[in-house]
Design a protein around this ligand. Structure first.
Ligand code: SAM
Length: 233
């Protein structure tokens, strides 16, 4: 998979050199490109923002550097998926992560200030798939943290990235658990500070363990995220 990230703060993406994503990059499973949006400015101050039409506080990212960045990075016949993180986008979910993990090329456009001029998404959609994605119902300062989260959630699903692919089974929000939350997990010791591991997990009865976990998963979801009981997103 190829992943390109465009931002005015390319240093934000240094953590992508670490851990499993870093290994996926160094082993060649993921080809990563980080681009400074200011490369496509032409004035002395390398300006990327201007005041909003219609008035109001804050600044808006100008379409010109974004347009030129996309022109240069995406050849005419290429078909990446352009992901624009924004609090007004569709909610990022595990099922969207799984769908993005099937793509050959993801390109991220990270907004700052009050966001990117809306014509950038509109124009890009005439020649590539564009999805505006929200990390959740809150506002961040920029799209970089959202892009990092999306990249991590997607890359860990790529074959060969996790040492043990079975780690992907029975995870919260996944199809194995019907989109519910994962059951509680425990490790050694069996007693710790007066707290015991539920005895069924020490019993060796696989069926009973599976039944207990399914029930815990359902109970935990009902308590914490009743909205998920409708099924996977
Ligand atoms: N004025 C925008 C609004 O009210 O929707 C918020 C702009 S925010 C301060 C700046 C940038 O941060 C956005 O353009 C987007 O790239 C990113 N961002 C903020 N919150 C986000 C979220 N919940 N999900 C994804 N990206 C987000």
């Amino acid at each position: 998979m190829r992943i390109d990230l465009i931002s005015i703060f390319p240093d934000y993406f240094a953590p992508l050199e670490l851990s499993l994503v870093g290994k996926a990059v160094s082993s060649g499973l993921v080809e990563l490109g980080v681009h400074d949006l200011r490369t496509w400015t032409h004035d002395r101050h390398r300006t990327v923002d201007d005041t909003p039409y219609g008035g109001g506080a804050g600044m808006v990212m100008m379409p010109q550097p974004w347009g030129e960045a996309l022109d240069e990075l995406v050849p005419p016949e290429a078909q990446p998926t352009l992901i624009l993180p924004t609090p007004s986008g569709q909610l990022f979910t595990q099922s969207l992560a799984a769908e993005l993990a099937e793509q050959d090329w993801l390109l991220f456009g990270c907004g700052r200030y009050e966001g990117i001029d809306a014509r950038v998404a509109e124009h890009a959609a005439t020649r590539m798939r564009v999805i505006e994605v929200s990390l959740g119902d809150y506002v961040l300062n920029g799209g970089e943290v959202a892009a990092l989260a999306i990249v991590e959630a997607v890359v860990r699903l790529l074959p060969g990235v996790l040492g043990n692919p079975e780690s992907l089974a029975e995870e919260s929000h996944g199809a194995d658990l019907d989109g519910l939350l994962e059951y509680p997990m425990y490790t050694k010791p069996a007693q710790w500070r007066g707290l015991e591991v539920p005895p069924v997990l020490l019993s060796g009865h696989h069926e009973q363990v599976a039944t207990w976990r399914a029930e815990q998963s359902r109970q935990r979801t009902a308590q914490r995220r009743p909205d998920l009981l409708q099924g996977p997103n």
